[in-house]
Design a protein around this ligand. Structure first.
Ligand SMILES: Nc1ncnc2c1ncn2[C@@H]1O[C@H](COP(=O)(O)OP(=O)(O)O)[C@@H](O)[C@H]1O
Ligand SMILES: [Mg+2]
Length: 421
């Protein structure tokens, strides 16, 4: 039998608290049997490793291991997912389908969040646990399967039974052996160990030096309640690893990443929020990067065209959509600093006259006409007029107007202010 330490290494489990070791030891002990196991513990404590250990150490290891998140499957389809359905069993059932219990014959099914199973599904599950029998949805033909069940829950099953949300008989059938993983706050000796492991993993992943906690920060880490347990700790380690320039993390910095709920409030069971918060932040960053890359490629294309084809107008005409894409979507009111060299840029006023204004250019640049009519306009007035028209033509989009006028956006912004546009 593999030792607890060897199992930890094989399954990437960090920690050395007696409670964790005891849980792993129990998993090793029950693995050669077909006994049902219920893994209990708050969200994020690491329940998902237990069924994997049990399956891998069992004679079933060459057959399928299927993990099912019972809470994530809609109530209407869960029976069909687990037990399959006959063709025509319900609208949309155009084919006969095998369920997980048929597919995993000879293997192991991990029923995560088993407390979420609807009562009707609980009846079917009880039957398959008792004699290996099940019916496909819409079928009256009894089928047999040989599946080992490991279930997990973070809800208080006694409460669920009390409220008649969970069948008592099923509970006892599932929990022949109970493996409990205590919350992280009750595994003090593992907290810093886990943090260091995650910090080193993320340093490798993001190719940055490993973050390190000051002594005071370690104390903060140990005192925190860790309502989201190891999952939350891992997220915090990732955020710090990615976002903090200074790789030595003080207690103050660490606190700024911890939820403000304080350490004495009840545990927040659902931690998926903080996880998704961060992942969405990361998604936004990725999106910005991809957008920038795409803009850069478009600009390269445009520059190349300009180099090949000296005629700016042609390039502009042929690449209208590209130009719109690069310059056209920015309407923000960003303030620009005023004291830059660029502010000295001036607008070159085209000297249009009726003679050399072709109908085509007239059509495209309406403003040429108007300037021509008002010969008496001062240079400033002409500039003002040009800017106004350009902005109108581009529905106020400064990037586009600035590009057309041949000045920087910053200069355009300054002039807009100057003319009080
Ligand atoms: N002892 C541990 N060592 C290393 N990583 C762990 C440990 N416990 C949990 N994790 C990690 O924390 C996250 C949450 O664990 P998980 O098993 O999904 O929690 P649960 O199913 O109990 O909600 C996973 O990324 C998992 O790899
Ligand atoms: Mg889980």
């Amino acid at each position: 039998m593999e030792s607890i330490q060897a199992i930890k290494q094989r399954f990437g489990i960090i920690g050395n608290s007696p409670a964790l070791n005891r849980a792993i030891e129990k998993a090793i002990q029950v693995s050669p049997t077909d006994i049902s196991v219920l893994v209990t513990g708050e969200s994020g404590v690491g329940k998902e490793s237990i069924p994997k250990i049990i399956h891998q150490l069992s004679h079933r290891k060459h057959n399928k291991y299927i993990a099912v998140n019972c809470g994530a499957i809609p109530e209407g389809t869960i029976d069909s997912e687990l037990f399959g359905h006959e063709k025509g069993a319900f609208t949309g059932a155009s084919q006969t389908r095998e369920g997980y219990f048929e597919v995993a014959d000879g293997g192991t099914i991990f029923l995560d969040e088993v407390g979420e199973l609807p009562l009707t599904t609980q009846v079917r599950l009880l039957r398959v646990l008792e004699n290996g029998e099940f019916l496909k949805v819409g079928s009256s033909k009894v089928q047999k399967t040989n599946v080992r069940i490991v279930a997990a829950t973070n809800v208080n099953m006694f409460e669920a039974i009390e409220k008649e949300k969970f069948r008592e008989d099923l509970y006892y059938r599932l929990s022949t052996v109970d493996i409990h993983l205590p919350p992280l706050r009750d595994r003090q000796e593992d907290i810093h160990l886990l943090f260091r492991k995650f910090a080193s993993d993320f340093a490798l992943k993001y190719k940055m030096p490993t973050i390190k906690l000051t002594d005071a920060a370690i104390q903060t880490l140990l005192k925190h309640r860790w309502g989201g347990n190891v999952r939350q700790l891992r997220n915090i380690a990732e955020q710090l690893s990615v976002l903090e320039q200074n790789r030595t993390i003080s207690a103050e910095i660490l606190k700024s990443y911890l939820p403000a709920t304080g350490s004495n409030l009840p545990a927040v069971i659902k931690t998926s929020k903080s996880e998704s918060d961060f992942s969405s932040e990361r998604e936004i960053l990725y999106k910005v990067l991809f957008d920038m890359k795409s803009d850069l490629n478009d600009l390269k294309k445009l520059t190349l065209e300009l180099m090949k084809n000296g005629n700016t107008k042609d390039v502009e005409k042929n690449n209208e959509s590209l130009i719109q894409k690069i310059y056209g979507d920015d309407e923000d009111d960003a303030e620009y600093e005023e004291d830059t060299i660029e502010n000295n840029e001036v607008l070159s006023i085209p000297e249009h006259s009726a003679n050399h204004t072709t109908p085509e250019t007239l059509d495209k640049y309406h403003f040429a006409e108007e300037i021509e009519e008002e010969e008496t306009l001062s240079l400033q007035d002409k500039e003002l007029e040009l800017i106004k028209k350009s902005l109108e033509r581009h529905s106020g989009k400064r990037k586009l107007a600035a590009a057309e006028l041949g000045i920087s956006e910053r200069t355009l912004y300054r002039k807009i202010k100057q003319y009080d546009l």
